[in-house]
Design a binder for this molecule. Structure first.
Ligand SMILES: [Zn+2]
Ligand SMILES: [Zn+2]
Ligand SMILES: [Zn+2]
Length: 620
């Protein structure tokens, strides 16, 4: 019954068998031939366009014949017994095509029939995520369950329209054209360190997975492409795209501040970090009472003359360890985290001492207490302070001293007269004091010595009252413990920083700038060398000294040379990327400039790229 496709394969087989029995089976059955041609519905244009082998099945239960052929090439399958068959084909795995439903064909004895099998191109309908939004991926964070945007690895899935297992999906990256742009060039490594699985196979649900690894250059963007052809980016591959991923980083910071402090908004600090693709979050805030740190709170006039008796907090090198104890070590999911210690003043007192300061009491210039303005070699006088009690806990202001009383002896020096030593001694701690009305923070008062100590004195007598008149003078010298200040802030590696609160020398904008600046230091700003890891050239505005303590950025600053204190721009500690010698910068416009400036600033393009290109998964 040629052409009767409705007859089932089973019934055909049964009638053939019974017919053979009834007829005595002496004459051989005449066999049929089926020519199968496999064609691609799209003419082979899609999914890579390659030709490939297919398995051909000609089935009439319980018998089954199979063969193989490439597309478009007729394959004759002879020797088929008459009957009904289901003919199907399976494309070679991964070639991006599927065969839909078997074709039924009935063959009579001696038939030669042709059948055409059509392959349907597979189609990827989606790569997930595909929400239509740009995804901020926080690449510096450790992966966290239920926080898909944490960590530098993302799992993506591609979905076949028709579910089929074992179909190969090819993956590639679509990098944003602006990635790594800096100073008219493109910096950072090949593919900006983005990586993607090159190929994977679908599961029974028609779903293939891939792993995207993101680079760490803030602001770089990438999409993932998936296709059923190896040349994913070729038009014929019909690649589907994921959402765009943008490289972000995140950090946490703790603020520890006096309970009475009025904290201004930190929103501008957060906004400046956002511009370099770094998100910020405050965590574990702490407040404390003045009574918890009695040595650190002093009358205001000590830190700035003329500002009254209110108690103000001073933190510096001498006592930061006390405040560092307020830091709450972060759990893994709040790391990296830094610690901001807010105070009124920052003076650094650790291991600082004055020059040897001379003083004298003489006729016509003989106060009860001599005002001494101490100096420190290498420090501007406005940066020098003396504090009483000493800021360094347990230490005395006075380090060492000596005085002598001299008497004018007109007979000495062969009758020409000379001052001769009569008494000598040392100052006592109580002889040193500060005047609450002092004009400068480096002023102290030395009480005029009143008596000689007796023992050890060249007079050879017991303690003797001293006098100052035309014939008697007292000369002496001393050195004292000092502090250097006042600073706006200070980053203490690896994660503590001291920042002063808005007040007489800070505005709210300044505070935000200093937060950005000190956190910038903790994240390695401003680097004194070229960064080979991140393929960054030397920061072209980097400098040391010349304004500020540490390495800073002179973008927008004016340089004023000072030949009296030469600096070598090639020597570490005196470096200057612009080759400047001795002198100082003023008016820098970048957050990383070494001196405070009024108004909120931003990271300049050179500093911005340094922060963007850096792996911020930890400090340093
Ligand atoms: Zn004496
Ligand atoms: Zn600095
Ligand atoms: Zn800068």
């Amino acid at each position: 019954m040629p052409g009767n496709d409705l007859q089932s394969a089973n019934s055909g087989a049964q009638s053939k068998d019974s017919g053979a029995k009834k007829g005595g089976a002496t004459q051989p059955c005449k066999l049929a031939t089926l020519t199968v041609t496999i064609v691609r519905k799209d003419g082979g244009k899609l999914n890579g366009g390659n030709n490939f082998w297919n398995d051909i099945y000609v089935e009439a239960a319980p018998k089954k014949r199979s063969s193989a052929a490439t597309c478009d090439k007729p394959m004759a399958i002879g020797g088929l017994e008459p009957g009904s068959y289901e003919v199907s084909a399976r494309p070679a795995k991964g070639m991006g095509y599927s065969f839909q439903d078997p074709v039924k064909v009935t063959l009579a004895a001696g038939d030669k029939k042709a059948v055409k099998l059509e392959l349907e191109p597979h189609e990827l309908v989606q790569v997930r995520p595909c929400t239509g939004k740009c995804i901020r991926q926080y690449v510096n964070l450790k992966p966290k369950k239920d926080e898909g945007s944490w960590g530098n690895e993302v799992e993506l899935t591609a979905h076949l329209k028709k579910k089929e297992a074992g179909v190969t999906v090819y993956w590639d990256l679509e990098l944003h054209a602006d990635n790594g742009k800096y100073d008219g060039k493109v910096v950072n490594a090949a593919n900006h360190r983005f990586k993607i699985t090159t190929k994977s196979k679908t599961d029974a649900e028609g779903l293939a997975k891939a792993k995207l690894t993101l680079g760490w250059f803030g602001g770089n963007k990438v999409r993932v492409l998936a296709a059923l052809a190896e040349d994913v980016k070729h038009e014929s591959a019909r690649a589907v795209k994921s959402d765009e991923f943008e490289v972000w980083r995140k950090h946490w910071y703790q603020i520890s501040a006096p309970k009475t402090a009025a904290l201004p908004s930190r929103a501008k600090c957060v906004a400046s970090f956002e511009k370099v693709f770094l998100a910020s979050e405050e965590y574990d805030a702490k407040t404390f009472e003045a009574t918890e740190f009695p040595d650190a709170f002093r009358p205001s006039w000590q830190f700035k003359p003329g500002t009254g008796n209110d108690k103000k907090l001073c933190v510096g090198t001498h006592n930061i360890s006390d405040f560092a104890k307020l830091y709450v070590a972060p759990s893994q999911d709040r790391s990296p985290k830094s610690h901001v210690i807010l105070c009124d003043w920052q003076w650094d007192a650790k291991d600082n001492k004055s020059d040897w300061m001379n003083f004298s009491f003489k006729h016509g210039d003989n106060p009860d207490q001599r005002v001494v303005k101490v100096t420190m070699s290498g420090q501007a006088n406005r940066m020098v302070g003396v504090f009483d009690p000493c800021l360094e806990k347990g230490k005395k202001v006075l380090i060492s001293s000596a005085w002598e009383q001299h008497r004018w002896d007109k007979h000495a020096n062969g009758g020409a007269g000379a001052w001769v030593l009569e008494h000598k001694g040392k100052l006592q701690d109580a002889d040193i004091s500060l005047d609450s009305g002092r004009g400068e923070s480096r002023e102290l008062r030395v009480k005029r010595p009143a008596r000689c100590p007796g023992a050890g004195c060249p007079c050879g007598k017991g303690p003797t009252d001293l006098s100052v008149d035309r014939k008697h003078i007292i000369v002496g010298g001393l050195d004292v413990r000092t502090a250097i200040g006042t600073y706006l802030g200070w980053a203490e590696s690896p994660y503590h920083m001291v920042v002063i609160l808005p007040g007489s020398s800070m505005s709210a904008d300044d505070l935000n700038d200093v937060l950005n600046h000190e956190m910038g230091h903790l994240f390695g700003q401003t680097p004194p060398k070229a960064d080979t890891t991140n393929q960054l050239p030397l920061h072209p505005k980097m400098y040391q000294r010349r304004g500020g303590s540490g390495t800073h950025c002179a973008e927008g600053a004016t340089f004023t040379a000072d030949a009296s204190s030469p600096l070598d721009p090639t020597v570490n500690g005196q470096l200057d990327a612009q080759g400047k010698g001795g002198g100082s910068y003023s008016g820098g416009t970048c957050i990383m400039f070494g001196i405070g400036n009024a108004g909120k600033r931003e990271f300049c393009p050179h500093c911005a790229v340094q922060i963007k290109a850096r792996d911020l998964s930890r400090f340093g």
